[in-house]
Write a protein that binds this ligand. Sequence first.
Ligand code: HEM
Length: 393
Amino acid sequence: MTTNTQSRCPFEHLNNPELETKQIAETVELTVKLLDKRYPPPAQILRGVHPKAHGCVTGTFTINADIAPELQVGLFAEPGKQFDAFLRFSNAAALVGPDIDDTGKHGSRGMAIKVLAVGGEVITDDNGAHNQDFLMINQPVFAFANSKDYLRLDKVLDQQDDKADGFFAPLQLENPAITEEERRRILAYIEAEDITEEDIQRIKDSFKIIGEIQATPVANPLGVQYFSAAPFLFGSDRVMKFSAKPCSEVPPTDIPQPPTDNYLREALITAVNSNDALHFDFMLQVRSDSDDFGKDNESIENASSLWDEANYPFIKVARITIPTPQADITTKVNRAHCEQLAFTPWHALVEHQPIGSINRLRKSVYQASSEHRLKQKDFFVQCLEKFFKFLFG
Ligand code: HEM
């Protein structure tokens, strides 16, 4: 893999680049550490986040023939151009589990598109290929604003057996029912982690977004709208967020009662084998540098900030088509291929460079996660190596 490190972004606002570099390095280290804890040998190492795939399908990504001239940028430069694509649908949860938890809470859902052989200049190639990946979740905002918050989340997961509740501990100070001892402990934690008043406001935002995710039922991965949440460049002088929205209702539309553990996978299999070809509109919100990006470029540097559709409407620029039927979705070969794929927002044309704190963090974290899981040797090979080491030292 080669990477073009030159930044072309006039929109980013880094208060303390050295601190961010340290935060990124620590998050990368924790990503690998958490993977090794979750998947001790001989378990197969899965993705650091989004390990559970509902399935992978093939499709096409076609630029709309009537795309407005001012939107003909980067991947969207040529009206009517069609690309082949792979799509992977997933649950965001760090561990593979039932699609709905035993308290009835829902999780974040993912859709990743790999648009193949896009030509042009890419920031990071995909095993030599020039592909453009679009990674999305079913919420227009990301629950963690920046690299400081995400690192603290990873530390909590590491220290508290993959449970995230401790991330919200500072909010307990507003709970009159906590004991003096608990209050002292939380205050000590706030001091140790250098959590400011501003940070506490963001923890409140994270709590609210996670509450919304847990209350959002999804019956079919092909039936909901997905969002980039984080921003990207759109050429050299504009920025974009993107979204994919189904063009029509896709059955099945209800969660089975009682829910089965893998109802999203079952719905995906049903949908790609019983409906006509499925379509998503791919849409962009585009802003220019003459817009007010707010204090400290909040709308770029904080991935939890919403770009209100009333001010920045989504504009259709392309269509994703998933041909049907795709019977091979259930085969071992398909599943193995799905595991071998590595998506990252940094598989991108230079015109669509990922920007903002969360995206800068994602660059080396996705690389560490995919390299760690894909370099894992077969269990048989691991045993042979240990045997020869035992014999010959
Ligand atoms: C706007 C924010 C984000 C969105 C929309 C997003 C979305 C996604 C999606 C859809 C996938 C699954 C890709 C696949 O199917 O292979 C994924 C994977 C992953 N995400 Fe994110 N994500 C976001 C932020 C983050 C952050 C902040 C981190 C950690 C720093 C992170 C770490 C990962 C990792 C480690 C993987 C698995 C990479 C691999 O092993 O191939 N994500 N993400």
